[in-house]
Design a protein around this ligand. Structure first.
Ligand code: AP5
Length: 193
């Protein structure tokens, strides 16, 4: 199974991806996690991405596209994967389409977590409090404001792109975590059956 989780910062993509990994035995490919690892390891990509991420802006499409292309080829992706945080622009969606076509792969479903923006600051602040010394550089009210602006301008059109392709399913991300998981499972069942 190959699926995409879409949704604004704090929508619950990472939380739900971790549950799907457990339930379906597929891997989570989070471009945010991959980029944070690159920043931590001070790789060339990390050095380029560090300030961009701290400001809440997007890393260039081609940089992220290359990271995903490398990762999708790994053996652990053979059973399927969950893309969390990618694609984030229509250009990235096109990159993914070409990449999958070259490998003869297809997407099963794209699930968008729909949330009320007013809840997101509270969720991000809670995560920042709970992460202690490991707090993310972009989990501040200023960076979140920018991340939401970027989401509206550049990522919201990705939902329309997949709606037009007949792949989009929306799930209410304001429900509690267990209920969101159940709705996602129902959306998967309806799409993969
Ligand atoms: P990324 O790491 O992808 O962050 P994000 O999209 O901003 O999403 P978050 O990780 O903040 O939230 P989430 O939806 O995963 O929510 P979570 O489950 O953690 O990207 C970070 C940066 O990297 C970007 O800004 C950009 O710079 C760069 N980047 C990454 N990908 C890129 C790309 N493709 N192109 C270019 N740049 C890229 O939940 C949040 C909190 O809410 C948690 O505390 C959780 O416990 C809680 N919670 C979750 N669900 C619920 C619920 N249902 N009810 C109540 N609380 C909940």
């Amino acid at each position: 199974m190959r699926l995409i989780l879409l949704g604004p910062p704090g929508a619950g993509k990472g939380t739900q991806a971790a549950r799907l990994v457990e339930r379906h035995g597929i891997v989570q490919l989070s471009t945010g996690d991959m980029l944070r690892a690159a920043v931590r390891d001070k790789t060339p990509v990390g050095l380029k991405a560090q300030d961009i991420m701290a400001r809440g802006e997007l890393v260039p499409d081609l940089v992220v596209g290359e990271i995903v292309a490398d990762r999708i080829e790994a053996a652990d992706c053979a059973r399927g994967f969950i893309l969390d945080g990618f694609p984030r622009t229509v250009a990235q969606a096109e990159i993914l389409k070409d990449l999958m076509a070259r490998k003869g792969l297809t997407l099963d479903v794209v699930i968008e977590l729909v949330v009320d923006e007013s809840a997101l600051l509270g969720r991000i602040e809670k995560r920042a409090r709970e992460s202690g010394a490991a707090v993310r550089a972009d989990d501040t009210p200023e960076a979140l404001k920018k991340r939401l602006e970027v989401y509206r301008a550049q990522t919201a059109p990705v939902s329309e792109y997949y709606r037009a392709a007949g792949l989009l399913q929306t799930v209410d991300g304001m429900l509690n975590v267990d209920e969101v998981t159940e709705r996602i499972e129902a959306a998967i069942k309806a799409s993969v059956a």
